[in-house]
Design a protein around this ligand. Structure first.
Ligand code: NAP
Length: 498
């Protein structure tokens, strides 16, 4: 099992100790990032391990390695010496580890470490790009046999994550740390055990400290959402494929809670990817068993799927993958999720004969159209790209319009139910209101597929006019329950219905 280390990036020792206290039950070690300390604090670090009361790492990271230290090597040597000198007989009062770079070899420092029981982490940093030859980077680490080699390299895409995972799995068994930094390296942190890492670095982001390195996760999220301490090399991995915004999705909390509830040794984690090919490279490297798929990969991954479920084929979009032998089965659970969420929202009201507007013509809008057509609603599709609106409307015999004020009368005529299936107003996406040119009367029921933020501008405006409104969190839960059924063959547990 990998240890959880909290990287402390406060400006003072007192601030770092106070933050450490907030996380005590969740971390096994603390890293004092002396490069973040105020100048006067850098020279009083010696007492830190004793006051912290758990194994501590001393790091004074240079700017060139992605740190904050800019004062030159002479000063850095003094800071390191201040931290390591005057060792106490009780080793718990000394730094348990010190982070020294592969090009930093000062015999006096190394000798002091060995004498006082401080273990050297020998680090190779590549904060801007993944080295072409990871074997050469490993060799360049030039670690001694009693040191812990650490490789922290930037993943500029899911392809880099795939290369790093494949490479790490071939490394000889020994204490080591392998990290892919940046958002595309995110899974390498959660899967530290899988990569054979001795520990995983986390940041006190929820407590307001700056992240110590790009992609670091708060210990609360690590344990609460990903159940980090229960993960091992044999844990089954499921992923959420999509753009970088997948890192903020609420679906990992849902699926991991469900895996826990049924006692499955499995984890579900965000896997940002720019394109379908790089996602599948990472999926193969990690031996992914299944995945959820979101913007912008829903359509581009279709050519990689060997078999589509009837619903996914009819809808023309796939949001769920299940590994089948060497290939992938594609499913659509958005439709079932929306169906259930809609019935709940309308509290059993008769749907047949209602008149509805669907805003959007992408993958999610296709699932919405499929459900509304099945219930016999008369619909209008409005979309920024009028051609896409027409193509979707044609499949179901719906009306269509380009999304602007000229469509106002048409929307008024299809206003029993209004469903937003665009990404406009989504956190991290395009701000705004996809129906800004329409004045709500208050008689509409408005369902927005977006659930983050909880209330979009569209929903706020509709609510202010007196309309019934609901965000997409109910759909997220119900479509996720369907994913669970597809991935595991078991009935979804209560996690999805709370
Ligand atoms: P998609 O296939 O990429 O479609 C995006 C849609 O948004 C298209 O209709 C697009 O219009 C429109 N759009 C994007 N940017 C726009 C802008 N600046 N102005 C006007 N229209 C814009 O994405 P998707 O998979 O359908 O997802 C759409 C939304 O539904 C996302 O916010 C997603 O998070 C949400 N969703 C929620 C759930 C849930 O469970 N709650 C499930 C699935 C999806 P064009 O055709 O003109 O580009």
């Amino acid at each position: 099992m990998s240890l959880v280390c909290l990287s402390l990036t406060g400006r003072t020792i007192a601030e770092n100790l106070a933050v450490l206290d907030l996380y005590r039950g969740q971390v096994d070690a603390a890293e004092l990032r002396a490069d973040f300390l105020d100048p006067s604090e850098k020279f009083i670090i010696r007492s830190f391990p004793e006051r912290a009361g758990l194994p501590c790492i001393l790091s004074v990271r240079r700017k060139m390695d992605g740190g904050q230290f800019a004062e030159g090597e002479g000063v850095r040597l003094v800071v390191l010496a201040k931290g390591l000198a005057y060792a106490k007989r009780d080793k718990r009062a000394n730094f348990a580890f010190v982070d020294l770079e592969s090009d930093f070899h000062v015999p006096a420092v190394e000798e002091a470490c060995r004498t006082f029981g401080t273990r050297i982490i020998r680090s190779y940093y590549s904060p801007k790009a993944m080295p072409k030859d990871l074997d050469a980077a490993w060799t360049a680490t030039a670690f001694a046999s009693d040191e812990i080699p650490k490789i922290a390299v930037n993943c500029a895409g899911a392809n880099d994550l795939a290369s790093l995972v494949t490479w790490a799995e071939e490394l000889p068994k020994r204490d080591r740390i392998v990290i892919g930094t940046g958002e595309y390296g995110y899974p390498s942190r959660i899967l530290a055990s899988r990569l054979g890492s001795f520990l995983c670095f986390t940041s006190a982001i929820n407590a307001g400290l700056p992240g110590a390195a790009p992609g670091q996760i708060d210990p609360e999220t690590m344990q609460g959402v990903y159940r980090f301490r229960s993960l091992s090399k044999s844990t089954a991995v499921y992923g959420l494929a999509g753009g970088p915004s997948v890192v903020g999705s609420r679906s990992p909390a849902l699926h991991n809670l469900a895996f826990d509830e049924v006692g499955m040794d499995a984890v579900y984690l965000p896997m940002p990817a720019r394109d379908a090919a790089s996602f599948f490279a990472a999926a193969d490297a990690l031996g992914l068993k299944g995945a959820a798929v979101t913007v912008p990969l829903k359509e581009s991954l279709l050519p990689f799927i060997s078999e589509l479920s009837p619903a996914a084929r009819e809808i023309g979009a796939c949001n769920t993958l299940l590994r089948k032998g060497d290939g992938w089965e594609g499913h659509n659970t958005d439709a079932a999720g929306f169906d259930r969420a809609l019935k709940e929202f309308l509290e059993g009201r008769e749907l047949r004969g209602l008149r509805a507007t669907i805003i959007g013509a992408g993958g999610a809008a296709r699932a919405v159209a499929y459900v509304l057509a099945a219930h016999g609603l008369s619909c209008l599709v409005v979309n920024r790209d009028g051609g896409r609106a027409r193509a979707l409307a044609k499949d179901y015999g719906f009306a269509f319009a380009t999304s602007d004020e000229r469509a106002c009368d048409l929307v008024s005529d299809h206003a029993d139910l209004i469903v937003n299936a665009t990404s406009v107003g989504m956190e991290g996406g395009q701000a705004g209101d996809p129906l800004s040119w329409y004045d709500f009367t208050g008689r509409e029921a408005v369902y927005d597929l977006i659930y983050k933020p909880e209330r979009t501008r569209l929903l706020s405006r509709a609510r202010a006019a007196g309309a019934r409104v609901c965000n997409g969190y109910s759909m997220l839960r119900y479509q996720a329950a369907e994913q669970f059924r597809i991935w595991t063959g078991q009935e979804p547990p209560s996690a999805y219905y709370r």
